[in-house]
Design a protein around this ligand. Structure first.
Ligand code: NAP
Length: 353
C-alpha cells in the first residue's frame, strides 16, 4: 500500500501525542513532519517521551510551521492534522487547505454549519468562508458526506459521547426531543497538556467536580447541532460536564423521556441497527459500560436502561477522549474520506485493565 504522507501541527500536545501513536500503527499513513510552538527545535522524544527509542520517530525534529510555505509543504505531504487551540487551528488549517493539502482539524473551528453559532460560543472566526467546505467527522452519522472530504472537522469529545448514545433514540423517535440531559464525566487529559492549578494532581486525583454548567460549556451547541439534525427538530441539551479523577475517558449518562409504550429493547435495537458494522458497540441487556473498557481504543460503547417508574431512558456511552474523542476519530474520518476501511490502523482492543 502506498502510504499517504502526513504531518501533525501541535504534535507535542495530548491529541498530537495520540496521533503519533496511531500513525505509527497505520499501514496507509506515514508521519513525515512534526510542528510545534514552544517545543520547536526539540527532538520528538524530548517533547513526547512516548516515542523514546522508537526508530524513525525519536529523532524527528519539531519544526516551526512559519518557516516553511504551505505551497512547499503541499509538494511533500498529502494530509496535515491540525491539533491546536481553536482560532489558531482555523488560521493554520486554512493556509494548508488553500495550498491543496487535505486538512483534518481537531479543534472546534470547522465543526459548525452556522457561523453565528461558532461566533456566539467561540468569538470571531478567522476563516468563515471555509466553514461550508468542512465535513463533520463523526463517521457513524456522516459517512457519505466524508467521501472525498478535503477539510474534516474531528468532533469534540463530549459531543461524540452524547451523540453516539442519544442519536439512535432520536432517529427512531423513541424519546421526546424536548427534554435531553447529558451528565458527563471526563478524564483530565481533556483539558490539554498545559498544567493549571485546577488540573494538577492534588486538585484532581481524589475528587470530582462539575464545571461550566447550565448551558455555558462550549460543547453544548455542537451536541445541539448534531442531535437536532438527527431528530429533524431544533432541540436543546442540558449539559453538565464534570472533571473526574483519571487521565483518559468519558462516561456520558444521557437522560431522556421515553415516548409512550417504548421499551428498552427498542432502544437497544435502534442502536444495533444504527451501529451494525461500525466502531460503536451496543452492550447486551443490562450490562453497563466502564471507561476502562475503551481506554486507548477508537471504539465507543453504548448501553440503555429504562426507569419504568419515571418513564426516563438512560443512554450511557463511554469513549477514550483522546482516541475515539479526538485523534482516533480523526483518522477514522480520514480513512473514510480516502476509501480505506474505516478501522484501518486504529487500535480497537482497549488497554485493560
Ligand atoms: N484533549 C482532548 O481530549 C481533546 C479532544 C478533542 C478535541 N480536542 C481539541 O484538540 C485541540 C488540541 O488539544 P490538545 O488537548 O492536544 O491541546 P494541548 O495538549 O494543549 O496541545 C496543544 C498544542 O498546540 C501547540 N500549538 C499552539 N499554537 C501552535 C502553533 N501556532 N503552531 C504549532 N503548534 C502550536 C502547542 O505546541 P507546543 O507544545 O510546542 O507549545 C501544544 O502542544 C484543541 O483544539 C482541543 O480543543 C482535545
Amino acid at each position: 500500500m502506498k502510504k499517504l504522507r502526513t504531518a501533525v501541527v501541535g504534535i507535542a500536545g495530548y491529541t498530537g501525542a495520540e496521533l503519533v501513536r496511531i500513525l505509527s500503527l497505520h499501514p496507509g499513513l506515514s508521519l513525515e513532519r512534526a510542528f510545534g510552538a514552544s517545543t520547536r527545535g526539540q527532538r520528538l522524544a524530548r517533547a513526547l517521551p512516548s516515542v523514546a527509542g522508537v526508530a524513525g520517530l525519536e529523532g524527528m525534529v519539531i519544526e516551526n510551521l512559519a518557516e516553511t510555505s504551505p505551497e512547499a509543504l503541499s509538494k511533500e505531504l498529502d494530509v496535515v492534522f491540525t491539533a491546536l487551540p481553536h482560532a489558531e487551528s482555523a488560521r493554520v488549517g486554512a493556509s494548508l487547505y488553500r495550498a491543496g493539502l487535505q486538512v483534518v482539524d481537531l479543534s472546534a473551528d470547522y465543526r459548525f454549519s452556522e457561523l453565528s453559532t461558532y461566533e456566539e460560543w467561540y468569538g470571531a472566526h478567522p476563516e468563515p468562508e471555509l466553514l461550508s467546505k468542512a465535513r463533520y467527522g463523526l463517521v457513524e452519522w456522516h459517512r457519505a458526506e466524508l467521501a472525498d472530504a478535503r477539510l474534516i472537522a474531528a468532533p469534540g469529545c463530549y459531543p461524540t459521547a452524547a451523540i453516539l448514545a442519544l442519536g439512535p433514540l432520536l432517529q427512531a423517535k423513541l424519546i421526546e426531543p424536548s427534554a435531553l440531559v447529558v451528565d458527563a464525566k471526563s478524564g483530565v487529559s481533556g483539558a490539554g497538556r498545559k498544567p493549571t492549578a485546577s488540573t494538577h494532581l492534588p486538585e484532581t486525583s481524589e475528587g470530582i467536580r462539575p464545571y461550566k454548567v447550565a448551558g455555558t460549556h462550549r460543547h453544548t451547541p455542537e451536541m445541539e447541532q448534531e442531535l437536532s439534525r438527527i431528530a429533524g427538530v431544533s432541540l436543546k441539551v442540558l449539559f453538565t460536564p464534570q472533571l473526574a479523577p483519571f487521565s483518559r475517558g468519558i462516561l456520558a449518562n444521557c437522560y431522556a423521556r421515553a415516548l409512550p409504550g417504548v421499551s428498552v429493547e427498542q432502544c437497544r435495537d435502534a442502536a444495533r441497527a444504527t451501529y451494525a458494522g461500525t466502531l460503536v458497540g451496543v452492550l447486551d441487556d443490562d450490562t453497563l459500560p466502564d471507561t476502562l473498557w475503551v481506554r486507548g481504543s477508537a471504539r465507543a460503547l453504548v448501553s440503555y436502561a429504562l426507569d419504568a417508574r419515571t418513564g426516563w431512558v438512560i443512554a450511557f456511552s463511554v469513549i477514550d477522549n483522546l482516541t475515539r474523542g479526538a485523534s482516533g476519530q480523526a483518522v477514522q474520518a480520514l480513512n473514510v474520506s480516502r476509501g480505506f476501511p474505516e478501522a484501518l490502523g486504529l487500535p480497537l482492543v482497549a488497554q485493560f485493565p
